[in-house]
Design a protein around this ligand. Structure first.
Ligand code: TXA
Ligand code: MG
Length: 359
């Protein structure tokens, strides 16, 4: 474990910060850095000892593979034994950006990095500091999200500092990230691409480039005995310490109507008053428009329901706030509308252990 490491914290724009990070990575050290999705915890992907340090720092199960981050397309051919045409089309359309592609791996990629799998996950992030760091290191950078395993992914440097200070060699502070939820993962090893994790790049956006795309059946946790194909998706994740429940309307047609919003709020207010009477601390996760409808000491605003991008950007921060407050019971509205609805609800449902009350 890297428990007693003296962590260097520098702003990305500070002179010499990126080159210092590159030197640490070349020596097999750990650097947390911003990407456009969430902060990553980087190490040399081809160095098994460096990869092992990532698992130790996060407390991550060793069968959960890491994404390898690259800064130029050519790197894909160094890491993957076969790059199908459809993969090239997706790379061209969405890289650099929040898309991870699974391909069969070459022998140079150690099994420590791929959690023992014979495939490798590859992504080219678009954050300029991430690209600069990868280029200066002249390495491929294995990087999971920079949180302690099981906690929400970090979307600010403060989140990273609270989880990783003392466990990693350096933290690059790039402020709040842009997107806020992790990249879309697509398995490109079969004829038809399969989404293993929904994200900012939606099924429709992928299909627009390569035609039919399917979604991994294991993603919907209500199908018993089918495991998700991305090993990380099977773990309880993103979860706040308190018990989170989603309250949603059963008839979705008038989701934004006043009546609908009122009936969700009434249910949540009833649940809160019950828990308060029992002496528990409560919190509500609400969209900005609905905040005034709640009777709760902790109303956490996740963004605007009609604009999924604002919810994605804030969701993990809000889940962390629930822990800071010490909330025992948390009730959240559903945010299942618009282009990012699937990706947001995938995270929120996991955080809630799939607990949903319909009104
Ligand atoms: O946006 C992101 O992807 C962020 C930033 C830092 O790039 N990274 C990230 O990494 O979310 P992580 O480790 O938190 O999630 C990676 C997911 C896990 O669910 C893992 O099981 C899956 O990708 N994965 C990695 N390699 C895989 C492979 N070869 N086959 C299937 N799933 C894989
Ligand atoms: Mg993660």
């Amino acid at each position: 474990m890297n428990e007693n490491t003296n962590t260097i914290i520098m702003n990305c724009d500070e002179k010499g910060a990126i080159s210092k990070a590159a030197v640490i990575l070349r020596k097999g050290g750990l650097v947390a850095f911003p990407t456009e999705t969430v902060y990553g915890l980087g190490a040399d992907a081809l160095n098994p000892e460096a990869s092992n340090k990532i698992y130790a720092a996060k407390g991550r199960p060793s069968d959960n593979p890491l994404i390898v981050h690259i800064a130029d397309t050519y790197a894909v051919y160094k890491l993957a034994s076969h790059v199908p045409k459809k993969a090239v089309m997706l790379m061209e359309a969405f890289w650099p950006g929040p898309l991870t592609i699974i391909l069969p791996k070459k022998d140079i990629v150690p099994s420590e990095t791929t959690g023992g799998l014979d495939t490798v996950a590859i992504r080219m992030p678009s954050h300029p500091a991430a690209l600069d760091m990868i280029r200066q290191s002249e390495l491929y950078i294995a990087a999971p999200s920079a949180n302690i395993s099981g906690r929400p992914s970090p979307t600010t440097a403060d989140h990273v500092i609270s989880d990783m200070e003392g466990r990693v060699d350096m933290i690059l502070d790039g402020g709040a990230v842009g997107i806020g939820i992790e990249s879309t993962i697509v398995d490109m090893t079969g004829d038809v691409p399969v989404i293993l994790r929904p994200g900012f790049i939606t099924k429709a956006m992928l299909e627009n480039i390569v035609g039919a795309v399917t979604v991994d059946k294991g993603l919907t946790d209500n199908i018993p005995n089918i495991k998700p194909k991305a090993p990380g998706m099977k773990y309880t994740h993103y979860a706040p310490k308190g018990k989170l429940t989603i309250v949603e309307i059963s008839d979705d047609t008038g989701a934004f109507s006043y009546i609908t919003r009122l009936s969700v709020a009434k249910k949540i207010n009833d649940l809160i008053s019950e828990k308060k009477q029992q002496g528990f601390k409560t919190a509500v996760i609400a969209s900005s428009k609905n905040a005034h409808l709640y009777n709760c000491e902790n109303i956490l605003i996740a963004g605007e329901a009609e604009n999924g991008e604002t919810i994605a950007a804030k969701l993990y921060g809000v889940l962390r706030e629930c822990d800071d407050i010490g909330a025992d019971y948390i009730y959240s509205e559903a945010f299942n509308h618009g282009k990012l609805g699937d990706a947001i609800m995938n995270r929120l449902l996991k955080a809630a252990g799939q607990r949903v009350i319909k009104v």
